[in-house]
Design a protein around this ligand. Structure first.
Ligand code: F3S
Length: 746
C-alpha cells in the first residue's frame, strides 16, 4: 500500500529526440578548433565567421583564445580555421597569399557539394545550386563553380531562367529532400540531359523527422539552439506544426516553471550546433522537477511508515497479549517488512563492505555486503553459507538483474560470491540475501571508475528502444542512436546481442542514469590509427584497404583510419562507365599510393598501376601490318576509335577509312560495328595504335589521265608510289601521318 502510494505520484517523463545536438560536421569542426588552439598556444587562432550559430559555444571558444574574424582583412598572422560551411576557393587562395596557416574544417558533405558544382561547370552543364544565396555554405559552393552556377531559392525561381539542353543540380546540404525532388521533377521533362548530385545531408532529414515524431508523442517540446540558428528555428517550426506547445530556447535558464504545469511528457530536441552540455542542462532541470516531486512523495512514505509502526506498538500495548520480548520482535518485524518493501522498490543500500569471520557473526546486520559460499542450488534459488547460524537464501529474483530461469546459469556449487543481506530472519527464520544488489553496487563502482578514468568497458546490447539501444552494464545503460557508431546507423536492431566497447559519457547514480558511447571509442581508435597510417604512408607504396563508398567519379578506400580516393581513371587500363564495374563496397583491395598530402590529409590511389600494362603486352603480341578485329567505340570529327583488345583503342583516321573521299566517319562505320582493320602503327610509349580500313579495300583503278595532266601527274605518281611502299611496310611516312592524326585528335 505504501509503495503504491509512492508510485502513484506523477513524474515528468523526459524524452530526448533520436538525433539532437551536434552533427558530425560540427563536432568535427569543434574538435579541429580545440586541437589547433591546444597545440598552438603561441599563435593567434581565428575562425572565419563564428564557428557555429551558438553564442554559448562561441563564448567558450573565446575563453580558449579562439577569436572570431569576420573577414581575412582582420587577420595578420596565425591560424585561420575554415568553418564547416566552407568558403569559396578564392578565400583559401587569399589566406595562402597572406601566409596564414589554414585549417580547413569544411564538412566533407559540403566539400562534396563544392566539388560537384565545379565538376558540372567543367563538364559544360548549366549548373544550378538549390539553396539560400545569403547562406555562407551556398556562397562557398557558388565560388567553387567559378561563380557560373545559378542559385535558386525555390522552384518558382526557375520561371525566370531559360533552361539549356544539359542541366546539372546540387543542393545546399540542409535543404529539404522533398522540395529538391519537386524541383528535379519539374526540370526533368524540360531538358535533354539532367545530372543531379543529391548533396543534401541525411543528418538534417533524420533530425527533422525524429523531432516531428517526438513532438507528436509528448505534451510539450523544447527545441534547444541559438536563436540565430536557421536549422534550430526550422526544427521549432516543424515541432510547432504538430500543435504540441513548442519553445525554442537557447539555455535551460529560459524555461518557465508554469510551462510544465499539467504536462507529463516532455520532448527535447536540439539543432546541429547545440552542444551536449546545453541539452544536459535542460534534462537536468527536468530531473530536478522530478526530484522535487519525489522528495514530497518520500516524505509521505516515511510519515506513513511511522504511523504503521506506532499503530503496531499501540496494538501491542492495548492487548498485552505478549511478553516484552515478543513485543519487541513484532515491532521489529513490522518495521522490517515496511522497510524491506520500500527498500526493494527504491533499491538503496548501505554501502559498507563487510568481510566476515567467525567472531563477526553477531555483528551481521541488514544491508551489509558479505562474501559467502554457494552450498545448494534448487529451482527456487540458492543457499549460501555466510557463516551465520543458518545458511542465507537468495530467491531467483534476487540472483540477477536479468530474468533467471535456472540458477545454475548464474552460480555454481562452492563458488564464492558477494551478497547483500536483505533480511536477517524472515517469518520462517530464513536469512534473505541478494546477489543482484551486490552486483548492482559493484556495477556502479565500475561505471563511475570507468567514467572518471576515461576507460573503455564492454557490454552486451539487450534491446532497441526509441532513440537508441539498451546495454547491460550490470545496470541498465543507454546508448543514444547518434553514439552507436561513427555516422548514421540505419538498423539499430542489428546491434542487439552484440558486445560493444563503450565509453561512459554520463553517470547519474541518483537518477539511475548511465549514458554510453561506442562512437567515442571508435573515433579515438580511428584518430590514433589515422595518425599512424598517415605517418607511414609514402608515395609509390602498395597498401591494402577496404572500399567504403563508391561514387560516380571513383571510390573511397579506407586505409586504416583515413580514406584515400581512387579516381575512376586510375581503376582500369580500359574504359569503364562506372566504378561498380571494378569494385564493390566492403571489398578488400590492394592499391598503389600515387600521392600523399599529409597536411591536407589527401591521398590519391591507383589500382591499374598494379595490373599488367595492356599497351606493353599489345606491343609485344602485335605488329604493324597485322590485320586485327575490333569494335568501333566512338566516332569523332577526324575518324573513329576501335577497341582492338580490352583497354586498347586504336584510331582509324578519317583518311584511313576508305579509298573514297569520306566527309564524316559515319559514312563508313557506326559505333558498335565489329570490323577488321590493319595495324599501321604501334607506339606503346605514347599509348597509340593507328589502324586502317582503307588498306584492306581493293585499290580503285586509277582514272585515265588526260594529256594535259600527264606531265604534272608524273611527279605525284612517284610520291604515291612512295607512300604505298611505306604504307605496306609500316614505314616512316605512315608513322608521320599517324603522328599527325593523333596530334589532331588530341
Ligand atoms: Fe555537415 Fe550535415 Fe552537419 S552537412 S555540417 S554533417 S548538417
Amino acid at each position: 500500500m505504501l509503495v503504491l502510494c509512492w508510485k502513484e505520484v506523477k513524474v515528468l517523463e523526459v524524452i530526448t529526440a533520436e538525433e539532437a545536438g551536434f552533427c558530425f560536421g560540427v563536432e568535427r569542426a569543434i574538435d579541429m578548433v580545440l586541437k589547433a588552439a591546444g597545440e598552438n598556444e603561441d599563435l593567434n587562432v581565428y575562425t572565419l565567421g563564428p564557428l557555429i550559430h551558438n553564442p554559448q559555444v562561441v563564448k567558450k571558444l573565446e575563453e580558449k583564445n579562439v577569436k572570431v574574424a569576420s573577414s581575412l582583412a582582420e587577420i595578420d598572422s596565425g591560424i585561420v580555421i575554415i568553418r564547416s560551411h566552407g568558403v569559396a576557393p578564392e578565400i583559401i587562395e587569399k589566406a595562402r597569399e597572406k601566409n596564414l596557416k589554414i585549417i580547413d574544417a569544411t564538412c566533407p558533405y559540403v566539400k562534396n557539394a563544392q566539388k560537384y558544382a565545379s565538376q558540372l561547370v567543367d563538364e559544360g552543364y548549366q549548373t544550378f545550386i538549390y539553396g539560400d544565396e545569403d547562406h555562407p555554405e551556398v556562397q562557398g559552393i557558388y565560388g567553387a563553380s567559378e561563380k557560373k552556377a545559378i542559385i535558386i531559392r525555390e522552384k518558382q525561381d526557375l520561371n525566370s531562367v531559360e533552361l539549356k539542353a544539359r542541366v546539372g543540380f546540387v543542393a545546399q546540404t540542409t535543404k529539404s529532400p522533398e522540395s529538391f525532388r519537386d524541383i528535379i521533377n519539374l526540370v526533368i521533362t524540360e531538358v535533354k540531359e539532367l545530372k543531379v548530385f543529391n548533396t543534401i545531408c541525411n543528418t538534417t532529414d533524420v533530425r527533422q523527422s525524429s523531432a516531428r515524431k517526438l513532438a507528436e508523442d509528448v505534451d510539450i517540446m523544447f527545441v534547444i539552439g541559438g536563436h540565430n540558428s536557421a536549422n534550430t528555428t526550422r526544427l521549432a517550426e516543424i515541432c510547432a506544426a504538430t500543435n504540441t506547445p513548442t519553445y525554442h530556447i537557447e539555455t535551460a535558464a529560459e524555461i518557465k516553471k508554469e510551462w510544465l504545469s499539467g504536462k507529463n511528457k516532455v520532448g527535447i530536441t536540439a539543432g546541429a550546433s547545440t552542444p551536449d552540455w546545453l541539452i544536459r542542462e535542460v534534462v537536468q532541470l527536468m530531473n530536478e522537477e522530478n526530484k522535487d516531486v519525489n522528495v514530497e512523495s518520500n516524505e509521505n512514505v516515511e510519515e506513513k511508515e511511522e504511523q504503521v509502526v506506532e499503530e503496531v506498538e499501540e496494538t501491542v500495548e492495548v492487548t498485552e497479549e505478549t511478553t516484552e520480548e515478543k513485543e519487541a520482535d513484532q515491532t521489529e518485524e513490522a518495521e522490517e517488512s515496511v522497510e524491506t518493501e520500500a527498500e526493494e522498490e527504491v533499491e538503496t543500500q548501505e554501502e559498507a563492505e563487510f568481510k566476515y569471520s567467525d567472531n563477526d557473526i553477531a555483528d551481521l546486520r541488514k544491508g551489509q555486503k558479505v562474501t559467502g559460499t554457494v552450498v545448494e542450488i534448487n529451482d527456487n534459488g540458492v543457499y549460501v553459507d555466510v557463516n551465520y547460524k543458518t545458511d542465507g537464501f537468495i530467491p531467483l529474483r534476487h540472483l540477477s538483474h536479468r530474468p533467471v530461469e535456472d540458477a545454475h546459469d548464474i552460480v555454481s556449487m562452492d563458488e564464492e560470491i558477494e551478497v547483500v543481506i536483505l533480511t536477517l530472519e524472515d517469518d520462517e527464520g530464513n536469512m534473505i540475501l541478494s546477489k543482484k544488489q551486490a552486483d548492482y553496487e559493484k556495477a556502479w563502482e565500475k561505471i563511475e571508475e570507468a567514467y572518471e578514468n576515461d576507460e573503455i568497458i564492454e557490454a552486451e546490447v539487450t534491446k532497441e528502444v526509441k532513440g537508441g539501444l539498451v546495454v547491460d552494464v550490470g545496470v541498465r545503460g543507454f546508448i543514444p542512436a547518434s553514439h552507436v557508431a561513427i555516422g548514421y546507423v540505419d538498423e539499430l536492431s542489428d546491434y542487439v546481442g552484440e558486445t560493444l566497447r563503450l565509453k561512459v559519457i554520463e553517470v547519474e547514480r541518483d537518477n539511475n542514469n548511465v549514458v554510453l558511447s561506442a562512437k567515442k571509442v571508435l573515433e579515438k581508435e580511428r584518430a590514433a590509427k589515422k595518425e599512424e597510417t598517415l605517418a607511414n604512408l609514402e608515395e609509390g607504396q602498395t597498401v591494402e584497404g577496404t572500399v567504403t563508398k563508391l561514387v560516380d567519379f571513383g571510390a573511397f578506400i579506407d586505409l586504416g583510419g583515413i580514406e584515400g580516393l581512387l579516381h575512376i581513371s586510375e581503376m582500369s587500363w580500359g574504359r569503364i562507365e562506372s566504378p561498380s564495374e571494378v569494385l564493390s563496397e566492403g571489398e578488400e583491395v590492394e592499391v598503389k599510393v600515387l600521392g600523399v598530402n599529409k597536411e591536407e590529409e589527401r591521398i590519391s590511389l591507383g589500382l591499374k598501376q598494379l595490373l599488367p600494362d595492356p599497351w606493353e603486352e599489345f606491343a609485344e603480341k602485335h605488329y604493324e601490318g597485322e590485320v586485327v578485329e575490333g569494335k568501333i567505340t566512338k566516332l569523332v570529327d577526324f575518324g573513329a576509335f576501335m577497341e582492338v583488345e580490352k583497354g586498347i583503342e586504336g584510331l582509324i583516321h578519317i583518311s584511313q577509312l576508305s579509298h573514297k573521299h569520306v566527309k564524316t566517319a559515319d559514312e563508313v562505320v557506326n559505333v558498335g560495328d565489329v570490323r577488321e582493320a590493319k595495324i599501321i602503327n604501334i607506339d606503346a610509349e605514347q599509348e597509340r595504335v593507328g589502324l586502317s580500313l582503307k588498306e584492306l579495300e581493293e585499290k580503285p583503278e586509277p582514272k585515265k589521265e588526260s594529256s594535259s595532266s600527264k606531265s604534272s601527274s608524273s611527279s605525284s605518281k612517284s610520291q604515291s608510289k612512295k607512300e604505298e611502299d611505306s604504307s605496306s611496310s609500316g614505314g616512316a611516312t605512315i608513322r608521320e601521318i599517324v603522328g599527325d592524326i593523333f596530334d589532331q585528335g588530341e
